[in-house]
Design a protein around this ligand. Sequence first.
Ligand code: ADP
Length: 292
Amino acid sequence: MFPESIQNAIILYFKQQGEREVEIISASPVSGGSINDAFRIKTSLGQFFVKYNDASRYPEMFEKESRGLQLLRDSNSISIPDILTAGEAGSYAFLLLEFIEPAREADHFWQNFGKNLAAMHSHKAEKFGLDHDNYMGSLYQYNNFHDNWTEFFIVERLERQVKMAREDGSIGRVDITGFERLYKRLDEIFPSSEPSLIHGDLWSGNFMTDRQGNACLIDPAVYYGHPEIDIAMSTLFGGFNQKFYDAYNNHNPLEKGWEIRLDIYNLYPLMVHVNLFGGGYLGSVQKIVRKF
Ligand code: ADP
């Protein structure tokens, strides 16, 4: 059931936007999410997408998601749903977005996706990180600023996940030693780069097809990082069409050796999975750590 308190909060939101009588006609569950409950609501103003959770469960998750989506939208490079509001209603927190109607992919879907993502990555910042922390899935993601990419990736990404896994006993001494050995090599493995605007969680469940038939990004874990992070994640659970990589490379040529680096970047989402879902993902982590 779609909570009444959220319905009322949505009606109030529209009133504050100057709409007079707004009626919620129906609400039907949307499947596919792993963290929150999601609904498609039909209203007298049209359809919208709402996801919600207990407000205390993941503090400020939707404000952060909304800020991340807004940053991606502001880059004017790739399709992102309209963001209406992130709010609270009773004990719930919710996010209200444009509803992306399932649509067919346009002829040049993958080429456009590659080109648009490259355009998004062309938005640069002075430092790696972001002016606020956010979430990667349901895990807190720290975005403290660093001048150096290798340092950022070790301190804000791997070390934090390794610490969490060590504290709850998912990994042991041998694994930690493997990570420490890897950290020492990262400077020579990673190319230098400018901080780029990245989605941060770009697996195949985090894009949809918009009305124009183009890829529309959802559910980001935004920060300014190395563009190869998004490329790496796109290969993690299935991989995107080759046309995507070709188009991306045409617009933002990946530096030599990028294929080799992808595994290292994917240690981060894999460790997030170890921390969320346990040991099943540890084998993949160990294999990568051993390789380097
Ligand atoms: P969670 O935060 O629980 O991971 P998601 O943001 O992944 O939730 O959304 C859950 C599902 O809802 C997605 O897999 C997608 O199918 C669908 N979805 C997400 N955003 C929209 C949207 N703006 N319009 C329509 N459907 C959406």
